[in-house]
Every structure is written in C-alpha cells, then in structure tokens.
Ligand binder design. Structure first.
Ligand code: SAJ
Length: 427
C-alpha cells in the first residue's frame, strides 16, 4: 500500500464514511472537523441523523484503533478535503470552507504528499483556488506535491454501497497526481477508477446533477401540462418510457436535497449567458412547490382555516434529510395561505415547520383533518389504508403529490382524491 496515513478534513455525509472506509481497510486515519459537536458525537460513538449502516461502519473504524479525530489536521501522506460548499444568496459557490481546509493543510504539507479535493466545486477550483493556497507552503503543485479532484457520486439512501461500488472519477492536475489518487481510493473502492484531469472531473460531477435537475424539470412541466390538458401524466410517462430511448423521471412537488438544487448554479456562475436551459430548469423546479400548494387549495376550495395533515417533510423517500426539501416549502405555503397544518415526518420526528404543528403519529396528524396530503412517498405513507384513514379523520379530501395512491381504493373509502399531474377531465 503506497499510502499508510491519511488526514480527512470534514466528517460530514461524505468525509465520515470515506475516513471510516480508509480506517477499516488498514490505513491510519486522522479525521478533522471544526464542529466540536461532531467530534463529541464520534468520541462518544453516537451518530445521530446519519445514514443507516454508517454508525456501525464508523464504530468499527474507531474500534480498530486506526481512526482518531480532532479539530486540526496532522501530518499525513495524503489529505482529503470533504467540506461543504453551499450556494450563497447570490447563487454562487461559497468556497470559504474549502479555502479554510486548504489553509489548514499548508503547515503540514511535505514533499510527495497527495491532496485530494472531494467537495463539489465550480470548474477550475482545484487548479485556481486550492493549488495556489497549498503552494503557500513553498512547495510547487505537481513538481513537489500531488493534487487531484474526485467527485463523490453516492446516492443518499444507498451511500455506503455506492461509495464502494460506483465507478470513481479522479482528475489530477497531472498524470502522476491522478494515478496517486487512484492508488489512494483503490484502498476501498471496488468500482472502476477512471482517470482524467482535475477540471474535467469537477465538470463531470456538476453535469451529472444538472442533467438530473433538467430531467426532473421536464417531468414537472409535463405534470402541469397534463393537468391543463386533462391527461394522466403517470399513464403518459409510463407509456412514453416504453420507447427504448426515453426515460422520463417522476414529477413531484419539486426537487430538493443539497446536491441537485445547488450544483447547477456552479455551472451557471461560470457563464450565465451560456446556461439558459439550466437556469430555466432551476426555475421550473423551484416553482413546483407553489404549484403543489395550489393543488391542495383547489382540492379544499380555500386554505384559510382548513385543517390539513401533511405526510412527510424529507427531500425524498427513505431519508431523514430535510435540506432544501420541497415538502417543507409546500407546508410553508399552506401555512402562509392560512391553513392549520400538522406535519408528520417519521424519519425525523422532532423536525417541523414554523407555523405548523409537529406530531409524532399518523393518528395525531389526521385527527380533525379535513384533508390529507402525501408530500413524501415514504413506504409507510404509500401503503396507507384509506378505509382505516376514513375512520380516523373527519374530512374526505386527499391530495397525492407523488402519484402513489390508488384512486379506486381512495374513492371506495369515500375520499375525493386529487393527484398531481392528473387533469380533472381524467381525475
Ligand atoms: N426527484 C424527483 N423525481 C425523480 C427523481 C428525483 O422529483 O424522478 C427529486 C427527489 O424527490 C429529490 C430530488 O429530486 O427531491 C433529488 O433526489 P435524487 O434522488 O435525484 O438525488 P440526490 O440529491 O439524493 O443525489 C444526487 C445523485 N445524483 C444523481 O443521481 C445524478 C447522487 O448520485 C449524487 O451523489 C448526489 O446527488 C450528490 O451528492 O451530488
């Protein structure tokens, strides 16, 4: 093994599983996080709000004796930067954490070391921002230390599996850097490792998520059109997807999460005049919660004073992550319209939305409700029995923003079901 020691900066959603994976594969790992709460959690072996399996993996890493954590980096043969890169109000990448991490490495950088950037960044960040900061050490990038970019591409919900099995792109500032990166990640990556240059690797990641955002936007636009025309979008998508070269995604109340709604802006900031489609897709997806809230209003006649049970707040099914969640935006709009909303999020039971009441069970959510709204298609909500619900709530209005509820079953239970993407003529 070429690298025996690695220092991972940022122990979040990617840094922690990455550091743990290095440690469980025999490397000496030093994990760094500037948040004392994170370090405390790790030292205590308690990982709240983390993906399933991660607590066990991190626990094994810590128990192996190969994984130590602190607030500052230490000398190592390799460094991995996996800190957040949020998008600012101006829709430009906020690189302050990346810059701070690179600065923190400077005093520890030695000839022959490898630095990997894994945070999602605008194209050119590795070469234009991280390289020059590291060169403040007096060492020259390429000639005296190795520098590469590798995007994380694992899907939240399947993170641990995809981290190991997905193909991994590694882009070096030169060939030697890319090859060194490949040797480092080969420690635990079983998928193919594909080498390229640093800026291409940065661009790959942004293109993947932008492509997904644009595809979700067209699905959402189709849902609005179908409602207007009087067509069932779910049926139309199912039939269109029989075509061997068509794969339309699912419409919904909008796109969320910390990747899809952020990454396209990192391309836009490089060339606003060249990215009208990307910007329009963002506008369509950002406008979808308002469209969804309008559907609820239409189903109820008005929002003012109406009691609504809102099922789900996460940004997608099966996760406890509420970041940029369109479900939250829909609830906000319902509250702003005067509705009395109770929210239930089984994956994050303590989380709520200002102005709405947070409840911990379905019974509480629907007690007294005039309408029940499916915001997130968690399996337990998809499989709800409308007959049982009819016994627990006084109202008979149901709104399905995910295209999951079976219309005949809800009708049989006496509900008027309104489904996103189904025009009234067919509704
Ligand atoms: N969504 C739809 N319709 C769909 C699929 C998704 O409305 O048919 C919505 C979801 O409900 C959610 C949002 O889009 O609100 C994003 O969910 P997602 O599952 O598409 O993606 P993420 O954000 O969980 O993870 C993405 C992944 N990227 C791609 O699939 C191209 C993942 O592989 C990346 O690692 C991750 O972004 C990241 O960290 O960048």
């Amino acid at each position: 093994m070429r690298f025996q020691t690695v220092c991972v900066l940022g122990l979040g959603y990617i840094g922690l599983p990455t550091a743990s994976s290095f440690a469980t594969h025999g490397m000496q790992v030093h994990g760094v996080d500037t948040d004392p709460g994170v370090l405390q959690e790790l030292r205590a072996g308690e990982l709240r709000n983390r993906e399933s399996g991660l607590q066990e993996l991190a626990g094994r890493a810590l128990a192996s004796g190969n994984f130590a954590v602190s607030e500052r980096p230490v000398a190592a043969e390799a460094f991995v930067i996996a800190v957040p890169t949020p998008v600012g109000r101006d829709k430009r990448a906020d690189l302050q954490h990346v810059e701070a991490a690179a600065e923190a490495i400077v005093p520890h950088l030695r000839p022959g070391n490898l630095v990997m950037l894994e945070s999602t960044c605008p194209p050119g960040t590795t070469l234009g921002t991280v390289g020059p900061i590291l060169e403040r050490s007096g060492l020259k990038a390429g000639a005296e230390f190795l520098l590469a970019y590798t995007p994380e591409r694992a899907l939240p919900g399947k993170l641990l599996q995809e981290l190991v099995e997905n193909p991994r792109v590694i882009g070096g500032i030169d060939r030697a850097s890319a090859e060194a990166g490949s040797e480092l990640y080969r420690t635990f990556v079983k998928g193919e490792i594909l080498l390229t240059d640093a800026t291409t690797a940065e661009m790959v990641k942004l293109m993947e998520n932008t492509y997904r955002d644009v595809n979700i936007a067209i699905a959402n636009e189709f849902s609005r059109l179908a409602e207007q025309i009087g067509v069932n979008v779910w049926e139309a998508v199912r039939l269109a997807n029989q075509h061997p070269r068509v794969n339309i995604l699912r419409p919904g109340p909008g796109a969320g999460g910390h990747c899809i709604v952020v990454d396209p802006w990192f391309l836009v900031e490089r060339a606003p005049e060249l990215t009208p489609l990307i910007q329009q897709a963002r506008a369509v997806n950002d406008g979808q919660p308002a469209h969804a809230a309008k559907l609820v209003e239409t189903a109820l006649g008005r929002l003012q004073g109406r009691r609504v049970a809102a099922l789900g707040l996460a940004y997608k099914p099966g996760v406890n992550d509420l970041r940029e969640s369109p479900a939250i935006e829909v609830v906000r709009l319902l509250v702003a319209g005067g509705a009395r909303v109770r929210t239930l999020e089984p994956f994050a039971p303590d989380r709520g939305v200002a102005g709405a009441e947070t409840v911990g069970s379905l019974e509480e959510a629907v007690a007294g409700a005039e309408a029940v709204v499916l915001l997130v298609d968690h399996p337990e909500f998809v499989e709800l029995d409308p007959q049982q619900l009819a016994r627990s709530m006084p109202g008979r209005v149901a709104v399905d923003l995910r295209g999951r509820w079976n219309a005949p079953a809800w009708s049989a239970a006496g509900f008027t079901l309104r489904v996103l993407g189904i025009g009234i003529a067919n509704g």
